[in-house]
Design a protein around this ligand. Sequence first.
Ligand code: COA
Ligand code: ZN
Length: 317
Amino acid sequence: MVAHSSDLVCIQEVGMRDGLQSAGQFVTTEDKVRLIDQLSKTGLSKIEVTSFVSPKAVPLLADAEEVLAAINRQPSVTYSALIPNRRGLDRALAVELDEVNLVMSVSEAHNLANLRMTCEQSIEQFREICNNRGSLRVNGTLATAFGCPFHGEVTQSTVFEWAHRYLDAGIDSLTLADTIGAATPRQVYDLCSGFTEAFPSIEITLHLHNTRGLGIANALSGIAAGIRHLDASIGGIGGCPYAPGATGNVCTEDLVHALIFDGYRCEVDLEQLLSVSHELGDLLSDPLPGLVRYAGSKLTKHSMSEDLRRRLGLIEE
Ligand code: COA
Ligand code: ZN
């Protein structure tokens, strides 16, 4: 199948932030830097390297400054870090970084649980952050855009309302996040096509979790609705520590495998991704949820055992 230029999908790695923030063990700064440097060479368009949040809230990413000081940057990659507040911006401005990723939930209950702020208080800080960003690009993430662990359903009009507030505050691009893996393909199609129509000149990213097994189906549905930027995490690690039951992101290598074999272009090297995924698997004690890392690419050929070939008469006695 020949891919067309409109079939180009940008893959943005979030495993080093969304994954390692809840990994169940501290991955050393040295190991983080090595993994990021390898990911930088795979063709990914963006890497969310870490977050500048309170180390008390997320101790596993307490080494954010050290990681950013040690990585080897590739010019083709946008390096991003998540920030929740003004203090996060001050830390981001003190290091070498291309973008900050602001985060707030469209659900008041989850925003309070995750960030100890009301949605209004978050937007107030974001306005100040946008006004003081220096040369940093600013992305705004709307968490719980497809469902909230405390409140349940989230309406489309709520998501649109906060998107407009974010854009008014001065962000450059927007992410719709399914923090708890509640989305279904039709829901993704409806919201994403609404967004691509309403905001044709704004880059929109889809950030999905595979909590209920719909991650890849939802990604394909978002692409069908015009989305061309997708977050994913190597090995499928991930989960918000402040969202009960939230598990891993859609897995980078599984997503790339699905896109390549479904005729899209994503300019990411699957073999190199698999090698980073295996290296990460060796570091973490829990098994990684990704699937292609176990099954291999669909073109993997297996050889028949000698015994079977003999029984089938394929080997002459
Ligand atoms: N980076 C580092 N430290 C920060 C910080 C930041 N961006 N923002 C606040 N802090 C520190 C304060 O200095 C203070 O430190 P102290 O106790 O030593 O004085 C402490 O954190 C509490 O500050 P406060 O402003 O009262 O924050 P809070 O307790 O109300 O928590 C957040 C608010 C946003 C800082 C915290 O909830 C947080 O970091 N959440 C992020 C959660 C997350 O990353 N979730 C997953 C990603 S979506
Ligand atoms: Zn997430």
